[in-house]
Design a protein around this ligand. Structure first.
Ligand SMILES: [Zn+2]
Length: 508
């Protein structure tokens, strides 16, 4: 009898050991990629040059971890459908082939992903199509279907590997409507992050997960933990949720393209690990979690730590590269297609120093497609907050005090400019929604008022209309319109030379 008992005990111990390892512990790894913006392959299709980090490199790291013992949960935090032409091409040009992004993410074996504002920006056709092809759920508990009142995507998911169950709640920045025209998210309402997290936390806890994870497409700023009350619908509400909604062990953030790896105390004094994986497939945020059980007290313990992985330290995965060679070729072929000829050589660089052929080409297209009176525009991808206008003739007098420097002489067609009259103005959606502060802080229009002034918006982005315009014309001769200048001219001359070197280096 005694003998029998100890056999039973041995069997029990064996079971225990096989599920928890020799040490009575179980460790898991959770990885987050975020804001990849289409950096799937190690190639920049816009600049036509190789990149040292991409999902192909991340693939090597993921494979390395999966070849070890501990289960790996792979999560993505959104903003993948805008950026590199690799996604643009499969969003809008080849819509029949399987989408490159979902093929790549399925290949990598993602377990869950949250929707980002730039994924919504691609429009219903694109994200509705993609959500059906992913082998994993798309999360966003606070993107609510207006008709049913239920989440449009999946609110949370319970993932289980080797007997470890983790709950993952997805939230998207609720500020989507301040950037995007409504047709892109028609039927969806974006709700406050705290409210939504409070609503779903008990639902997740009912499932008795070993770990509760937040996967928020929203930025991290620990100073904004109290901002919820005065700033509902906060763009970067991750800190407010981390602080005000107890229950999370780990929160992965995104959206602001920054890095974070810190422990943060919530309203109950419990520690939450905050991780943010940056952008463009350059980093991976990693959480290592070890569960253990005190054999005497039976108390469960979790040891949680975070780190940021430098993706460029890992070579591209040859299998990944081989698998997606066809897609890579298709995108390269598309971006290198000759769409027309220009009789002039144009650059966006001169746009900082006066009337510019490049920006004036954008102006002409904006006026053409909107039939507005005036157009505001900035060079497409240069990181400075500087717009010019056409449709009006004006002088910027740098010697005058702030607020009195711009003097509008007349409309470009010769009509008098009347500052009491209403004009139709063409701007890109970024500016139209107040980004850069030109219309909000500059012109003093509040964001709700700003929305009510929108007469119409285009379906596609500016790059599409520029391409279409060049394709239609076949040959273009872009020249500066010279409808504005900066004075005093001797200041401008000296400053322009100095600033050019500062911005672009010595080569002219
Ligand atoms: Zn982003």
């Amino acid at each position: 009898m005694k003998y029998f008992k100890s056999l039973k005990l041995a069997a029990f111990l064996l079971l225990f050991l096989s599920s928890c390892g020799k040490t009575g512990k179980q460790s898991i790894i959770i990885l987050e990629t975020t804001d990849t913006h289409g950096v799937i392959m190690p190639y920049d299709y816009i600049e036509n040059e190789p990149l040292d980090a991409s999902l192909a490199n991340s693939a090597s790291y993921v494979r390395l971890l999966r070849n070890r013992d501990n289960p790996v949960f792979l999560l993505d935090d959104g903003d993948n459908l805008q950026g590199q032409p690799a996604v643009y091409y499969y969003n809008f040009i080849d819509t029949l082939s399987p989408h490159f992004l979902s093929e790549a993410m399925n290949w990598l074996g993602y377990d869950a992903g949250t929707v980002g504002n730039h994924d919504i920006e691609a429009g219903h056709d694109v994200y509705d199509r993609l959500s059906k092809t992913y082998n994993f759920p798309l999360l966003a508990a606070n993107a609510v279907d207006r008709k049913s009142g239920k989440p449009y995507f999946t609110p949370f998911v319970i993932l289980e590997k080797k007997n470890v169950r983790i709950a993952v709640l997805g939230l998207i920045t609720p500020a989507v409507p301040t950037w995007l025209p409504e047709e892109l998210y028609s039927g969806i309402e974006f709700r406050d992050m705290i409210e939504t997290a409070k609503l779903w936390m008990p639902e997740m806890l009912k499932q008795k997960p070993d770990l509760v994870v937040g996967l928020f497409h929203s930025g991290w700023n620990r100073d904004e933990k109290d901002s919820s009350a005065r700033n509902r619908m906060n763009e970067n509400g991750s800190a407010a949720v981390a602080y005000n909604v107890p229950g999370f062990d780990i929160i992965f953030c995104g959206h602001d393209h920054r890095l974070a790896n810190e422990k943060f105390a919530n309203i109950q004094g419990d520690s939450v690990l905050i991780l943010n994986g940056g952008s463009k497939s350059q980093k991976i945020a990693q959480a290592d979690v070890t569960f253990s059980k005190n054999r005497i007290t039976g108390k469960k313990r979790k040891i949680i730590s975070g780190k940021i992985i430098e993706v460029k330290d890992f070579k591209t995965d040859p299998d990944f590269i081989r698998t997606f060679a066809t897609q890579d070729e298709a995108v390269k072929k598309y971006v290198n297609k000759v769409i027309g000829n220009s009789t002039e050589t144009i650059s966006s660089r001169d746009s900082y120093f006066g009337s510019s052929a490049f920006v004036d080409m954008i102006h002409s297209i904006q006026l053409e497609i909107t039939s507005a009176d005036i157009s505001f525009a900035a060079p497409l991808s240069l990181p400075y907050n500087f717009d010019s206008a056409t449709g009006i003739e004006y002088i910027v007098d740098a010697s005058q005090p702030e607020g009195q420097r711009v003097n509008i002489l007349k409309m470009s067609d010769g009509r008098k400019f009347d500052d009491q009259k209403k004009y139709r103005v063409a701007v890109n959606s970024h500016r139209g929604n107040g980004s850069g502060g030109h219309l909000t802080e500059g012109a003093g229009i509040n964001s709700i008022d700003l929305m009510s002034r929108v007469l119409s918006s285009t379906e596609r982005d500016l790059r599409y209309y520029i391409m279409r315009s060049i394709e239609e014309k076949k040959t273009i001769s872009p020249l500066p319109m010279n409808n504005w200048k900066i004075i005093p001219e001797e200041w401008v001359k000296a400053a322009a030379q100095r600033e050019y070197v500062l911005l672009f280096g010595n080569i002219k």
